[in-house]
Ligand binder design. Structure first.
Ligand code: E4P
Length: 218
């Protein structure tokens, strides 16, 4: 499973990249706003800065909600850097835009996916990635991981090339469960990625090794 980081924070992106496990980045308008990135010029520059840090795909989301706006915005984003993936919502105009970009060799990430039906249309339209929102489904007492499992099964059955990108990941168990059901990618906050390393037996075991080494070597 690929690991993407779900943030627009450059320091966190650098930290994950330096860990050596990072395959890409996802952003959204809320994450950009959280970093105080505003104005078209600054937003575009920020996407370029992210691309300079990582080697993999960087999802940049359109703001337009109708087809023509999505196309002109997406083309501008895609022209910024070869690593940019145009992120488009799972709406009627969004599906049309994904088809347009797919026909024109531009990578897309279909976002705000909450059902198998949306994922089916995104794949039919040729999306590179589909992003089901695990945490937001769990928030309303639905099973986000179950949706990932259903979409993985569907795509395998019909040999769709669209990659299942588990989004809205909130904690380490989400990452593990998404890996277990076969997600192609999980996009995670940095603390959830680092949380995978935490184990008290690792900490106490390491301490014991260091103490024993010191006893003999001073
Ligand atoms: C990333 O592609 C999504 O926009 C993001 O994971 C949503 O996460 P949230 O539900 O925590 O806002």
């Amino acid at each position: 499973m690929k690991f993407f980081i779900d943030t627009a924070n450059l320091a966190q992106i650098r930290e994950a990249q330096e860990l050596g496990i990072l395959d890409g980045v996802t952003t959204n308008p809320s994450l950009m706003a959280k970093e105080g990135i505003k104005g078209e010029e600054n937003i575009l520059k920020h996407y370029k800065d992210i691309c300079e840090i990582v080697d993999g795909h960087v999802s940049a989301e359109v703001i337009s909600t109708e087809f023509n706006g999505m196309i002109s915005e997406g083309e501008k984003l895609a022209a910024l850097h070869p690593q940019i993936v145009v992120k488009i919502p799972a709406t009627k105009d969004g599906i049309k835009a994904i088809k347009y970009f797919s026909d024109n060799g531009i990578n897309t990430n279909c976002t705000l996916v909450f059902s198998v039906g949306q994922a089916l249309l995104a794949a039919k339209a040729g999306a590179t990635y589909v992003s089901p929102f695990v945490g937001r489904l769990d928030d309303i007492s639905n099973d986000g991981v179950e949706l990932i499992e259903q979409i993985v099964y569907l795509y395998k059955t019909y040999n769709f090339e669209t990659q299942v990108l588990a989004a809205s990941i909130r904690h380490t168990m989400h990452i593990i469960q998404c890996a277990e059901v076969g997600a192609d990618v999980a996009t995670c906050p940095l603390n959830a990625i680092l949380g995978l390393l935490k184990h008290p037996l690792t900490d106490s075991g390491l301490q014991k090794f260091l103490d024993d080494y010191k006893k003999v070597n001073g």
